[in-house]
Design a binder for this molecule. Structure first.
Ligand code: URA
Length: 480
């Protein structure tokens, strides 16, 4: 029996070196016991671990796909992961194409572990909340987080980019990450009692959350799926979720009563996060994949990928340009001012937003920082092109009968080429596979128009365009 002790829970290089050596010495997976320094030792293990066998001869190559997957899967908390990875590596020696067999139990298990790690990384990006400490002297921001897997080193660079100007620490039970404005460093994990819990940022978060809460779209199950309960205790906004849910019925009634608002004036109603209702596996898998998109540099500064939302098999797909500031923070498309404008126009046109799929041509927020503000920037052609495969795959998954392109960026993505809006606006255009496209303006364009008269006119034209979609929605409902 070979007893291998790795330096840390995330010691991929140590595992790789040991695994390679063991495989070249033909040590069967069943004859290797893996552990990590400091973990409770196997009762039968010798006092000293086996030395790594020297590699004198022979070599073998494994695919980059395995190495990439193993590098991520090794961060999973399953104590058996080192053994599972070695078993897969062992089998790859004689079956080079095994990684392409997705239903193979070992391949599937490693892929599922890697997916779990990526999902946990995504949750950490979304649910870490910094609190300010040391205000008398230099300010420092501290967050407490309990990751499911060993993802602190994986997730930390995101926070270094996103919060580059503030010194922060993220404390976790496994490992703590620190950023001093120049470099990342890591120290051992700590107890929750060492994390600060109250400060003035709490109130800001609560107010922000209350402002994006839309009672009309309340779906408690979907909400819990997006924001699993285990994270709630560390979220300042958690304390207001229950009262908001309890008050939702009254607020919805009030919103319906107030619905007839002047479309020319910006409304002061809460912004509307759309909680996704998609259930199909392929769309979920796609959403998961896009969360890790690195196809263009926009992912570096954005908070998260903002994927499309709406029912699977929606007959109508609405396409915008890219998430804005609010969407980037909330992780949902069209929840900010442009979303409010869109909601109002859809309602006036008679389109039920709950029945349409809403997405963007580009799925990361592009901006330039201006003081405290993040100023929207139009995506360029390489960015639109880099994101187009996601859009195409969304179309394949949803199979909409009508795609509404709102604005030039959306039109470029829908038609795969620069398409002037003026020439195409407001009429149905044939797309492959019997689909139709409808081009109209982007709701942000209406928000930017300074002249109230022009704004009212353009808004009405926008509603008229959407009425074409409403007609199709009604026709589809009658046919169903
Ligand atoms: N503008 C867009 O194009 N998409 C959004 O999601 C928000 C604003």
């Amino acid at each position: 029996m070979q007893y291998i002790t790795l330096d840390t829970e995330t010691d991929f290089d140590g595992w790789r070196k040991a695994a390679r050596s063991l495989a070249l010495h033909h040590v069967q997976p069943a004859d290797v016991a893996w552990t990590v320094q400091g973990r409770d030792a196997d009762l039968f293990a010798p006092q000293a671990p086996s030395p790594i066998l020297a590699v004198n001869e022979g070599t073998f190559n494994v695919s980059g796909k395995f190495v990439d997957l193993a590098r991520t899967a090794i961060l999973h908390r399953d104590p058996e992961r080192f053994a599972i990875l070695y078993r897969l590596l062992w089998r790859l020696k004689d079956n080079h194409d095994l990684m392409d067999v997705a239903i193979d139990p070992d391949v599937a298990q490693v892929a599922a572990m890697a997916k779990g790690v990526r999902r946990d990384e995504h949750k950490m990006h979304a649910f870490v909340r910094f609190r300010e400490i040391g205000r008398e002297r230099a300010a420092h921001f501290v967050a407490w987080f309990e990751p499911e897997h060993h993802i602190v080193e994986l997730a930390a660079p995101f926070f270094a980019k996103r919060f580059a100007d503030m010194p922060w620490s993220i404390l976790t039970p496994d490992l703590s990450a620190h950023w001093d404005g120049l470099a990342l460093s890591f120290t051992p994990g700590v107890n929750k009692s060492e994390a600060p819990s109250e400060d003035r940022l709490e109130e800001t978060w609560r107010r922000y959350y209350a402002s994006i809460f839309n009672p009309a779209r309340l779906k408690v199950k979907a909400m819990q799926k997006e924001m699993p309960k285990k994270y709630w205790r560390n979220l300042p906004e958690a304390s207001i979720i229950r009262p908001l849910i309890e008050d939702a019925e009254r607020m919805t009634g009030a919103m319906i009563a107030n619905a007839a608002t002047d479309p020319h004036k910006p409304q002061k109603r809460p912004e509307a996060p759309m909680i996704h209702t998609t259930a199909a596996d392929d769309l979920e898998a796609l959403r998961e994949e896009t969360a890790h998109c690195r196809a263009c540099p926009l992912y570096k500064d954005a908070t998260q990928t903002v994927f499309g939302e709406g029912p699977k098999h929606a007959n109508i797909m609405l396409v915008g340009e890219q998430p804005g500031d609010k969407e980037d923070l909330a992780g949902h498309p069209f929840v900010g001012p442009a979303g409010q404008m869109l909601d109002r126009a859809l309602e006036e046109a008679g389109v039920d937003r709950k029945k349409v799929y809403v997405t963007n041509a580009v799925k990361h927020f592009k901006f330039v920082p201006r003081g405290k503000i993040r100023l929207h920037q139009k995506p360029n052609t390489p960015e639109i092109k880099a994101c187009r495969p996601w859009f195409e795959r969304e179309v394949s998954a949803i199979q909409p009968g009508l795609i509404v392109a709102m604005g030039a960026t959306a039109a470029q993505s829908v038609f795969g080429k620069i398409t002037p809006i003026g020439k195409t606006r407001g009429r149905l255009i044939d797309l492959p596979e019997g689909r139709k496209a409808l081009v109209t303006v982007h709701p942000s364009y209406l928000l930017r128009l300074p002249d109230p008269e022009a704004k009212a006119l353009e808004y009405q034209r926008f509603v008229d365009d959407l009425k074409i979609a409403a007609g199709l929605q009604k026709k589809a409902a009658r046919a169903a």
